[in-house]
Design a protein around this ligand. Structure first.
Ligand code: SAH
Length: 213
């Protein structure tokens, strides 16, 4: 097992870089200081793991850039014990950040290879999402709904209706919307039918894969 405690200096620096880039939520920055990002990547990337960059994780996917993870986590405005659904487990880094924020995490991954690899990694590391499933994130997780927060970690060509439907009143959906480039979008559920929508700058994500069945 590679060392979890290693690189604490680089993790601190990364959190400082994110603060300088505008991340204000102290809880999010503190969690970034604790998650051993080098273990979520192939060992060949270890020396670069604390740069504010995305890296390949296999199956044509990437671990999100730390700034993006922090930005999305901050927009969720979560409190301890909230129920949060993550679409796109990928490397599990965002999942670990959410767990560090002490929420109940439900996560869905569409690619079997990544689902298997990351599930094994979670159990080795002692990361315990409430549920990690192999499935289609466009559908959300109706059997566990409603959620306080839903975070989509791949670029969505449109906003899937089931995700809005699975929010509690007051719940927040953070979703990058767009094809080549995505606008980070926040929906806050005001009532059964009303949602407030806010947009925040552009980002680049790998695409949210559509159901092939
Ligand atoms: N949260 C991840 C980001 C990985 S990139 C991390 O921190 O590493 C986005 C992930 O979304 C990829 O793993 C990709 O396979 C997955 N994905 C793409 N389309 C999906 C879908 N329809 N449902 C669930 N996951 C999907």
């Amino acid at each position: 097992m590679r060392d979890t405690l290693k690189h604490s200096g680089m993790r601190n620096k990364l959190a400082n870089v994110l603060a300088a880039k505008g991340i204000r939520d102290k809880k999010v920055l503190d969690v970034i200081r604790t998650i051993p990002r080098h273990l979520f990547l192939d060992s060949s990337f270890e020396a670069h793991a604390y740069q504010d960059k995305a890296f390949p994780i296999g199956a044509d996917q990437t671990i999100s850039q730390p700034y993006t993870v922090a930005f999305q986590s901050e927009l969720l405005e979560i409190s301890a014990n909230d129920k949060v659904l993550e679409i796109g487990t990928g490397s599990g880094y965002q999942t670990a950040v959410l767990l560090g924020l002490k929420v109940k995490v439900y996560t869905i991954e569409r690619q079997l290879e990544l689902f298997k690899k990351t599930s094994l990694f979670f159990s080795k590391m002692g990361y315990r999402p409430k549920k990690a499933t192999f499935g289609d994130g466009y559908k959300g997780m109706p059997e566990e709904a409603p959620f306080d927060g839903i975070i989509v970690t791949a670029g969505a060509p449109f906003v899937p209706k089931p995700l809005l439907a699975q929010l509690k009143i007051g719940g927040r959906l953070v979703i990058p919307v767009g094809i080549d480039e995505q606008i980070m979008t926040l929906f806050i559920r005001k009532s059964a039918k009303e949602f407030e929508k806010k947009e925040f700058g552009s980002f680049r994500f790998v695409p949210l894969l559509e159901d092939k069945n």
